[in-house]
Design a protein around this ligand. Structure first.
Ligand code: 13P
Ligand code: SF4
Length: 342
């Protein structure tokens, strides 16, 4: 197989002693293995707190490319750890749970994507980083929610564009840039949870409170937002805006960093539809893929050296090209990640 997650060997450690201090054990392994721990803003609070860097997809891919650590432990989802392996192949890249996927990645299979490209000759293909290494290898330029607009604006006006796999982000970018792109019909199951009706109710309940939303939300939600941007963009917005309270329409684990950076401000998570329908509902605005990682799995991954991203060199080189184009075309943002306190 060209790209896979190597699982722990038979007989590998698969449980943790009840009295083990996980934080201490992870710190010891980090030192012994010369490892760096990267975490996305949607991870559990404990994982964000133990990470060396917490960031959005673009920040973390830059960190992965620049690190001289021998081991990169990626507390995020599989496409993020694949990017770390693509940009820094000599490192061991660990993903605490091998099943941590992404609905956008699932919605865009390489065979279908390849047929789509063939059906649109002469188009430049911009692909959101939330996709598999195989789809990256078939794309011209990778984008994230923080750099997509700036990258589209660098593409010659007469060049037609294909955008995959998130149709909501695609529609948002069409409005922002005025470029008429052909969109792949994928979406994020988490951001699809937000509803116009519930958000309107919340805006009545919390009069005058600004709404910050991720561009993976449907158009109806973005139309009600005061700010739309990547996870890092939302964090910057709530820190710089003078308001005291904010409604946050994205995965609510991001509120942990907001609260740390702005202890006197109040952050209210936008409600999801499933939550409002069922008395004992799951918090369906939580990403079920990100939620698979845990402190126990982080520790076991470091002990077992697995789950580990393995990639065929030919695939890696093909996937690297559109990522390098993205890094070259992205405006440099100073100190993009949040560095964990010592
Ligand atoms: P960001 O790049 O904004 O962190 O988004 C990643 C993601 O998966 C959002 O659902
Ligand atoms: Fe994928 Fe959505 Fe989870 Fe982000 S929040 S990782 S887009 S499923």
């Amino acid at each position: 197989m060209a790209n896979f997650v190597a699982l722990p060997d038979i007989g590998a450690k698969n449980s943790v002693a009840a009295d083990l201090d996980l934080g201490e054990a992870i710190n010891t392994l980090r030192r012994e293995k010369n490892a760096v721990i990267l975490a996305h803003y949607y991870q559990d609070y404990e994982l964000q707190d133990i990470a060396d860097y917490v960031g959005d997809s673009l920040d973390l891919s830059r960190r992965a490319a620049e690190t001289d650590a021998d081991v990169i432990v990626f507390c995020g989802v599989r496409f993020m750890s694949e990017v770390a392996k693509i940009v820094n192949p000599t490192r061991t890249v660990l993903l605490p749970d091998a099943d941590a996927g992404c609905s956008l990645e699932q919605a865009c299979q390489a065979d279908d994507f390849s047929r789509w490209r063939e059906a649109h000759p002469g188009h430049v293909s911009l692909t959101y980083i939330n996709c598999s290494a195989e789809v990256k290898a078939l794309s011209d330029i990778i984008v994230t929610s923080s750099n997509a607009e700036a990258i589209i604006n660098q593409i010659p006006k007469d060049k037609p564009i294909l955008f995959a796999p998130d149709r909501h982000l695609g529609n948002f970018l069409i409005k922002k840039t005025g470029r008429n792109m052909i969109l792949w019909p994928g979406s994020c199951i988490v951001h699809e949870e937000f509803s116009e009706e519930l958000l309107l109710q919340m805006k009545t309940e919390y009069k005058g409170v600004p709404v910050a939303a991720h561009p993976e939300c449907p158009d109806t939600i973005l139309g009600l937002a005061d700010y739309v941007g990547s996870t890092k963009g939302i964090l910057n917005f709530v820190s710089s805006d003078p308001s005291n309270s904010f409604i946050i329409a994205t995965e609510p684990h991001i509120i942990h960093q907001m609260q740390k950076d702005n202890p006197s401000k109040t952050f209210i998570a936008a409600r999801g539809v499933s939550e409002s329908r069922e008395a004992e509902a799951c918090p369906c605005t939580h990403c079920p893929f990100m939620a698979l990682n845990s402190m126990e799995k982080l520790y076991l991954a470091m002990v077992n050296n697995a789950p580990r991203i393995e990639m065929d060199e030919d695939l890696r080189l093909r996937a690297l090209k559109p990522i390098e184009r993205m890094l070259e075309m992205s405006p440099k943002l100073a100190s993009a990640t949040t560095q964990a306190a010592e």
